[in-house]
Design a protein around this ligand. Sequence first.
Ligand SMILES: [Zn+2]
Length: 87
Amino acid sequence: MISLSKIITLVGILAIVWFAFRLLGKVQRQRAESLRRHGGVKANPKGGPRAREKTDAADTQEMAKCSVCGVYVAAGSGRCGTPGCPR
Ligand SMILES: [Zn+2]
């Protein structure tokens, strides 16, 4: 005969298993999301779209106007390079 305590124990075990699976799914989702947010190195070993984005940013250079002759030069370079410019 099935006793009440056995049913309660069975329900308890099922509940624990269900909660464990739910927790596992949540952890996996969070891990995948954090991986995606922090570059996805594991998911994208060769770089992927993010690496291409980086090279695009490197290709475009910040320009700065020369204070002496007014020619736009790369912001990082100290000299302007224009012939006749004292800078
Ligand atoms: Zn200049």
